[in-house]
Design a protein around this ligand. Sequence first.
Ligand code: SF4
Ligand code: SF4
Length: 464
Amino acid sequence: MNFEYRSCQFIEGGFTLWPNNKATPCCLSIYDSFMNSSQLTVHPESFPLGAWQKWREKTREKLRGGYVPSECRRCPLLQKGTWGKMPNEPFFSTINIINSTICNIRCNFCYLTKEFKAPDYRFDSHLGMFRDMAAKGLIGSGSVIFWGGGEPALHPNLREMYALFREAGCRQHFDTNATIYMDFLQEDLAAGLTMLSCSLMTPDPGTYHAVMGRDLGPQTWANAAKYAASGGDIRAKFLMLPENEGQEESFVLACKERGIQIANVDLEIYQGVSAASLMAHRLAKFCHYAAVYGLDVLHGNGVAYAGQNFLETYREAQQKNRDRILREYKERCRRWSLSLSVVGQASEALANQAFLLGLGSDLVPLVDMRCLSVKRNMGWSAKPYAFFSEHFFYFTEQRYMSLDFEAIFAERLVLRFFAHPWSGIIKIDINGKNSMMVNLYSPNNRLVEVDLMTQVCTYRERSF
Ligand code: SF4
Ligand code: SF4
């Protein structure tokens, strides 16, 4: 029987592989008791599936009973939902491969630089184990492999493991410092099979040296530009550090000049969020420049982890920024009055859902939809959801239920929806004058952006 309880994608379908042959559910809280109690040793040739299944079932049972391990309580990935596998979903849908010991730079905020005392783990090749998993159907086309740091480009078996996952139909996602160009990714980036988040941090070589301890800044930007030339899903990571304060605009511009369309902005959370107000204002400023220069902004998990107080301060900073822009650019802004409702379902679609993830325009970003003035809401729920970087979205699966709101934006307003196999056909009434229909159905997970001025829909690949 399916019923709602709090859980996460790692407990339900993931595992994290560490270089010391340990597996844990996720890559967070590795040193805490929940993770320690659930750590398993893997064999390079085979995964201890029976023991893992037992652990998963036991944990689910506890979660269904309302118990949540203390390490998970603050985690933004913990969500209430009806958990269960989709038909044909592999046993492992999310795998982190963590090379937590090797890196070629020394960022001054990194645990590798600060804490890691004994990076002497031996890297086993896990090719045999993953081959076995693929043969048994435990991983496959519904699985996403996250390669994380240290620096994944230095993983001794990277090419072979990459090829194995590719052949098994898995999508792959890299968190890289972009100092080493991985040429074998280029075609798959173009095909949307792989995506990269490049830690670029600063456009200024001097700041790069001060933070990363090496003179590799220009090289990382050149590599990121090569990746971006594929047209694939490339994200430039900007971690807000004391050293790059005031570089929000130049960072966004540097991305723009190199053809990078997505910026991933985050907080360094491991030392706690000090100066929350400063950080919130920097974040709001970053989003503003991104809107002005036409870059998409994602928020890293650090923003969600920072807690409710930080998010409140951030929302206020956004609102202030928005008010200031509206005052300064009055003549370029107008009031929009919109009504959204699901009116049908494409024949191939599995349901008629709609997820409104965000809306914005050049000039006026709106990353948090709680700033919207909702006039009437019939049957749409408003949810925070950490898995989408937007953090907050409106959702419905009922037909003819309308969400009516007003907002002031520039002339060119774009609505952003999540498009997937369960999406329906949505009708958008614009300013009570005209309307447009958009089929949100997509066989795979994508973003669809609806430009209300030109009435053109743009579909974009996006990993979630
Ligand atoms: S809820 Fe968070 S901390 Fe707990 S297992 Fe899931 S991802 Fe890890
Ligand atoms: S690139 Fe990543 S893993 Fe390497 S030192 Fe910097 S933060 Fe740490």
